[in-house]
Ligand binder design. Structure first.
Ligand code: NOJ
Ligand code: NOJ
Length: 465
């Protein structure tokens, strides 16, 4: 190699390793606009009913051109966040229209006859009719996620003094109104088993239970606010009962939260019980009351185990890049096209880890206190934080406290750097990251991938401000 070439190469390498934080920042700025544009393209695309959210524009290999209730509700959370932060009235109006279109389409979904006969029906055609082919149904996280989204939107509208709109379009004491229809279903069915968010296992799932409990609790708040006292009391009672039962997900022997208990059908090869669905359950279902929230030591222990397992099984994690690419669960066989292959890391789960770390840092900054227990000590150790004392106060132990916060935020950014590294040209995201080559794989432009990244970025911005 010529001398000049060597100098150039060293400079490039130097730049890559030393400018990565700045690189990430500028990538995120660009990616935020791009991701939201792509996400919007999957809402009411040409030839579909207004309010449809397709999971991906891909119509074959795989065919994801359907409206999944879960993906749609999670996507609309991102739209709702943008609505909340919008500063111009034209932007606000556009986002508001998207949310109400989704409300109208959801009402249609709630009223058509479906194979499962209720709002646990997982997916619909883009004209609003029911998908009747064989599928894992019901999936009871869907109605809970939808109720959560619309309850949040209702709360924002109430803050804006628009109670009449809330009463007209979102919540009435009648059980066939949008939010109440879903809440009634959740309140009456949470004891039943259903298929998980990955549509493979029937049982009681941590993810589903987390979002159900939060939907009931926040729904109770809304019902109360609108004078539907009987319903409020009934939802609150169910939420309390759920909280007691949910401690069963903690596996004392394995020191992890199991994804599923009371298995009664579907895929039966998930022997480890470890699943990133637990992290998603925390992100979407944290009620702020401490039970399985981001700062719960049992959640932290589970996060730590998930990272360790995926770090080892995906060769791509040994490519010298920062961060760990995270999959659904170690025994996964779905490669994005069929279920006889090897599972891969997923964009949503890798982004979810970034969000988790940002939110944990925010949580500590808020409580001004960190408890290191026997259960979460390995989590801190894997951040390089050994010898931490049991109780760390923000003022009393300022140096250590700050050290923990900066380790958490650095770690969060490593997951975002991972997503950046594997994104295709221009920031295009599919569902999965090939575990060997690192290339995007599976459904192209997956709506949820953009949504998960945008949500993680939003929490990053909130932390920095
Ligand atoms: C498609 C589902 O959406 C995915 O989660 C699952 O792994 C495969 N089908 C196999 O059931
Ligand atoms: C497969 C995922 O497992 C499931 O969670 C999702 O709803 C569908 N794909 C559609 O994106």
């Amino acid at each position: 190699m010529g001398y000049r070439k060597f100098i150039l190469l060293s400079f490039v390498c130097f730049s890559i390793t030393h400018l990565s934080a700045g690189d990430l920042n500028s990538w995120l700025v660009e990616q935020s606009g791009f991701a939201f544009d792509r996400l919007k393209q999957n809402i009411s695309p040409a030839g579909t009913s207004k309010g449809v959210v397709v999971a991906s524009p891909s119509k074959k290999d795989p065919d994801y051109f359907y409206h999944w209730v879960r993906d749609a509700a999670i996507t609309m959370e991102v739209v709702c966040t943008r609505y909340l932060r919008a500063t111009s009235s034209s932007e606000k109006n556009q986002l508001e229209r998207m949310l109400f279109d989704f409300a109208d389409f959801s009402l249609k979904n709630q009223s058509v006859t479906t194979p499962s006969g209720g709002p646990g029906e997982p997916k619909f055609h883009t004209d609003g009719s029911s998908f009747v082919g064989p599928w894992g149904r019901p999936q009871d996280d869907g109605p809970a996620l939808r109720a959560l989204l619309f309850t949040r939107f209702a709360k924002i509208l109430l803050m804006e003094g628009r109670e009449d709109v809330v009463r007209r379009r979102l919540y009435q004491a009648k059980s066939d109104s949008l939010i109440k229809f879903d809440l009634e279903y959740v309140a009456q069915n949470w004891k039943e088993t259903s298929f998980d968010l990955w549509e493979e296992v029937k049982g009681h799932h941590f993810f589903t239970a987390m979002v159900q409990r939060r939907a009931l609790s926040e729904g109770a708040w809304l019902a109360e606010k609108l004078g539907d006292h009987g319903a409020a009391e009934w939802y609150r009672k169910q939420a309390t009962q759920m909280g007691t039962l949910m401690t069963r997900f903690w596996n004392v022997g394995k020191r992890q939260i199991d994804a599923t208990i009371n298995w009664d059908g579907g895929v039966n090869y998930k022997t480890s019980g470890l699943d990133s669905a637990v992290v998603l359950g925390v992100l979407h279902g944290d009620l702020g009351d401490g039970l399985f929230g981001v700062g719960d030591d049992r959640v932290m222990a589970t996060v730590n185990k998930l990272e360790s397992v995926f770090e080892v099984i995906y060769p791509v994690n040994k490519n010298g890049q920062p961060g760990i690419a995270i999959g659904r669960y170690p025994e996964d066989r779905y490669d994005g096209y069929a279920t006889h292959g090897e599972g891969n890391p997923w964009v949503i789960n890798t982004a979810a880890l970034a969000e988790f770390y940002h939110r944990l840092a925010t949580h500590y900054l808020h409580t001004q206190h960190i408890s290191v227990t026997e259960i979460n000590r390995p989590f801190f150790q894997s951040l390089g934080l050994t010898d931490l004392q049991a109780e760390i106060g923000a003022t009393r132990d300022q140096k250590t406290f700050k050290e923990v916060i900066s380790s958490l935020t650095e770690k969060a950014d490593q997951f975002l750097s991972r997503v950046k590294y594997h994104a295709a040209d221009g920031g295009v995201l599919s569902e999965q990251i090939n575990r060997h080559s690192g290339y995007m794989q599976g459904a192209l432009d997956l709506t949820w991938s953009y949504g998960a990244l945008l949500s993680a970025m939003d929490h990053r911005t909130r932390l920095k401000n």
